[in-house]
Design a binder for this molecule. Structure first.
Ligand SMILES: Nc1ncnc2c1ncn2[C@@H]1O[C@H](COP(=O)(O)OP(=O)(O)OP(=O)(O)O)[C@@H](O)[C@H]1O
Ligand SMILES: [Mg+2]
Length: 378
C-alpha cells in the first residue's frame, strides 16, 4: 500500500484554537507544547495538518526540526530558519533565496550567519522585523524541542523566543505563536516546570496517537486494493495497538499479510497477528538491550518502577531496601537519586519525571515486555 497520510483536521483545528488563545481556559499565551511517543506521527501532524490549518488562518509558519541536523546546534537551526524567512520576505523582489546573504534588521544589514549569534541582531529583533514585513502573525513550530534542554547554551534561544513573544503579543493580539513538540516529555517539561524555565507555567499536552479512524481508513484502502479479503475493523485496530500505534510498521505488516502469495485470503488476520508477534519480539529485544546496558542499581530502580506502576515512589525506605537487596549492598537515597537521574538522561530515556514530581516509564511498551518476562519466570 502506498503510504497516504491520514489527515486529522479536527485535531489541527483544536491546536490552532489553543495557539490563537480561543480556548477560554488555555493559557496558551505561554506557547503550545505537544508531547508524543516515538514514531507515532508527530512530525507528519505538524507538517501535513497543523501547518496548513495555521496558514488558512493567515498565519506565516516557520518549521524547525532540531533533529534535522545534529551537527548544527539548536540555537543556530532556529536562528537560521528565522533569518532565511526574513531574507526571503525582504528580498521578494530579488526572488532568488539562495542569492540572499544578508538581512536588514531595523535598517541595519546583518550577515545571515550572524543572526542569533551577534548581540546586535537578536532573534527577537529578527522575528519582530519579519512580522512587520509580512504583516501577519508568525507561528514558529519547533519539532523535537527537548533538544534545547540537553545543551545549556541553547536554552538561551528559548529565552530569546519568550522575550520576542512577550514584546510581540501586546494588547491581547497574538503576533507570535510558539508551538513546540517532542518525544521526550521529561526534557520538554524542563522548558516549563521551574520558575527559572523559559516557559514556566505552560502546560504540556499529549498529542493523541492515531486512533480507530485511522485503522478503519487503512482497512478501507486495503479492501479497495484487495476486494476478496474479509477484514474486521475491530481486529485491525487491535493489531494496530500491538504495533504501538506506529503507522510505519503497521502498514508494512499489512502489506506482507495481504500479499496474495502469502497464503489464503481467509487467513489475512492470522498473518497480520503473526507479523505483530514478530514486531513485539523485535521490541522485546530492544528492551533487553536497554536492560543489559544498565548498572545493577539502575536495573533495580527500573524494576521497582515496573512493579509499582506510574506514580511509584522511588526513595522510600522500602524502595531503598529493595535496591539494596538487588545489588547486594546497602543503597542510600543519594546513589538511588543518581541512578534515577541516569535513567532519565540516557538516550532514549527510560524514566521521566512529571511536573507533579512522580516518575513513569518513558516507553510504556516496556510494561508489556516486563509482564511477559515475569509470566515466563525469567
Ligand atoms: N497520519 C498519518 N497517516 C499515515 N501515515 C503516517 C501518519 N503519521 C505518520 N505516518 C507515518 O509514520 C511514520 C512516522 O511518522 P512521523 O515521522 O511523523 O512520526 P514522529 O512521531 O515525528 O516520529 P519521530 O519520533 O521519529 O520524530 C512515517 O513513516 C509516516 O509516514
Ligand atoms: Mg518527528
Amino acid at each position: 500500500m502506498n503510504n497516504a497520510v491520514f489527515h486529522r483536521p479536527q485535531l489541527a483545528a483544536e491546536v490552532v484554537n489553543l495557539a490563537l488563545g480561543r480556548n477560554a481556559l488555555g493559557r496558551a499565551g505561554a506557547g503550545v507544547f505537544l508531547a508524543g511517543q516515538r514514531r507515532i506521527g508527530k512530525t507528519t501532524f505538524l507538517l501535513q495538518d497543523l501547518t496548513p490549518a495555521l496558514q488558512s488562518e493567515g498565519v506565516h509558519v516557520i518549521y524547525v526540526d532540531l533533529w534535522a541536523n545534529k551537527e548544527v546546534s539548536p540555537s543556530e537551526l532556529i536562528a537560521n530558519a528565522i533569518a532565511r524567512d526574513l531574507a526571503e520576505a525582504q528580498g521578494a523582489v530579488a526572488k532568488m533565496a539562495a542569492a540572499i546573504k544578508a538581512v536588514t534588521i531595523h535598517g541595519v544589514s546583518f550577515d545571515l550567519q550572524d543572526v542569533g549569534r551577534k548581540a546586535g541582531a537578536s532573534l527577537a529583533d529578527a522575528l519582530k522585523e519579519l512580522q512587520a514585513s509580512l504583516g501577519k502573525p508568525i507561528a514558529l513550530i519547533v519539532d523535537e524541542a527537548q533538544h534545547v534542554a540537553a545543551e545549556g547554551k541553547s536554552m538561551d534561544v528559548m529565552f530569546a523566543l519568550k522575550s520576542a513573544r512577550d514584546t510581540l503579543n501586546v494588547d491581547g493580539k497574538r503576533k507570535l505563536l510558539l508551538i513546540m513538540s517532542g518525544s521526550d516529555r521529561d526534557k520538554l517539561l524542563r522548558l516549563v516546570n521551574t520558575p527559572r524555565a523559559p516557559f514556566f507555567g505552560a502546560q504540556i499536552h499529549d498529542l493523541p496517537a492515531l486512533g480507530r479512524e485511522y485503522s478503519a481508513h487503512v482497512a478501507g484502502r486495503l479492501v479497495q486494493a484487495h476486494p476478496r479479503l474479509k477484514i474486521s475493523n475491530e481486529a485491525m485496530d487491535a493489531a494496530f495497538e500491538r504495533f504501538v500505534r506506529r503507522p510505519e510498521p503497521f502498514e508494512e505488516a499489512i502489506g506482507q499479510a495481504a500479499n496474495p502469495l502469502a497464503g489464503p485470503d481467509a487467513d489475512f488476520h492470522a498473518r497480520l497477528n503473526f507479523e505483530a508477534d514478530k514486531y513485539e519480539r523485535k521490541l522485546d529485544e530492544e528492551h533487553e538491550e536497554v536492560l543489559e546496558a544498565l548498572s545493577p542499581l539502575e536495573a533495580a530502580v527500573l524494576r521497582w518502577v515496573l512493579e509499582h506502576g506510574p506514580g511509584a515512589r522511588l526513595f522510600t525506605q522500602n524502595a531503598l531496601t529493595f535496591y539494596g537487596q538487588a545489588v547486594g549492598r546497602s543503597v542510600g537515597a543519594g546513589s538511588a537519586r543518581d541512578a534515577v537521574q541516569a535513567l532519565r538522561n540516557i538516550e532514549p530515556p527510560v524514566l521521566w519525571k512529571s511536573d507533579r514530581g512522580d516518575y513513569a516509564l518513558e516507553n510504556t511498551d516496556m510494561l508489556r515486555w516486563y509482564r511477559k518476562r515475569m509470566d515466563a519466570g525469567t
